[in-house]
Design a protein around this ligand. Structure first.
Ligand code: ZN
Length: 298
């Protein structure tokens, strides 16, 4: 081996080491800053879907929303994902290790279903566990819980449609590129189900006026949550930075019977100023007019 060759190899080695430590350093920095989505998956019960594959799908699904929330942090030790035998769920309490705990009810290598469920739960995590988690109101039974569920359904449709585009050019693994159309199809099928669409000839305003009292009494009406999500999806797709506004949705008064107008006005007031125009447009979908806030005194 000539001297030049030796020097070249030495230099290459130094550069590779530098690149390795730089990458490790930036990953550690991302983790320490709360920006990295740290996923701990317990693979038991997922019907043979492997831990690395599940992580790749979940990181992709959550990442489609997370990339629009640059000022948000999770102060927890990441996400603990386990198989739930009954239904998907995000727990209010953290694990004893300090992780956000999410159960997913999927068996087998059904990547669209994993993505659909995790995006829903990721939206719950933004509302319940982001930034200063002690500030969020953790109450399952309240009159506007249907709104949270509709937002989570919106997150599922949004993520699947965004993943379908991303996977065409940047799939988690090269041989997963072919799954991209299946992700879009999963969202399209859900959106086209007759019970998820407005009845012919009815406006959303008329439908919502008739349905809101029932939704306030019983929030878990999935077909209606999905119908509402379809009204919200175009706004989030046009202005995806609005996802970050979810972090302020549960900072308001702890009143189980408050009106939707009050809930939205409190959200508007508690959100960062940059999110308020989005929330005003969001409220208008439900016929709620949010006047601009008075300027704070200097
Ligand atoms: Zn939910």
């Amino acid at each position: 081996m000539c001297v030049m060759h030796k020097m070249f190899r030495l230099l290459l080695g130094v550069l590779l080491c530098a690149a390795f430590f730089a990458e490790r350093g930036s990953a550690q920095a991302a983790s320490a800053s709360g920006r990295e989505l740290v996923l701990h998956v317990k693979p038991e019960g997922f019907g043979g879907a492997s831990e690395p594959d599940i992580k790749a799908v979940l990181r992709s699904a959550g990442g489609e929303i997370w990339k629009h929330c640059p000022n948000t942090r999770f102060a927890s030790q990441g996400f603990e994902i386990y198989h739930s035998a009954t239904h998907p769920i995000t727990h209010y309490a953290l694990s004893k290790e300090g992780c956000i705990v999410i159960g997913l009810a999927v068996e087998g290598r059904l990547w669209a279903r994993f993505a659909f469920q995790f995006a829903h739960e990721f939206a719950h995590a933004l509302m319940d566990h982001s930034n200063d988690p002690g500030q969020h109101w953790h109450k399952l039974e309240h009159a506007n819980q249907w709104l949270e569920e509709s937002l989570c359904e919106t997150a599922s449709l949004f993520s699947l449609r965004a993943m379908a585009k991303t996977w065409q050019t940047q799939p988690p693994y090269p041989n997963w590129k072919g799954y991209a159309p299946a992700l879009a199809d999963y969202a399209a099928q859900r959106m086209n189900e007759p019970q998820h669409r407005l009845p012919a000839g009815q406006t959303f305003a008329a439908w919502f006026a008739a349905e809101e009292p029932g939704l306030r009494r019983q929030w878990a009406q999935r077909e209606k949550n999905t119908l509402i999500a379809q009204q919200l999806l175009p706004l989030f797709e046009a202005e995806p930075a609005g996802w970050e506004a979810l972090t302020a949705l549960k900072l308001g008064t702890r009143d189980v019977n408050k009106t939707l107008a009050k809930h939205l006005a409190e959200w508007h007031a508690n959100a960062p100023a940059a999110q308020r125009a989005f929330i005003t447009k969001f409220a208008a979908i439900f016929g709620v007019n949010l006047p601009p806030l008075p300027r704070a005194n200097p």
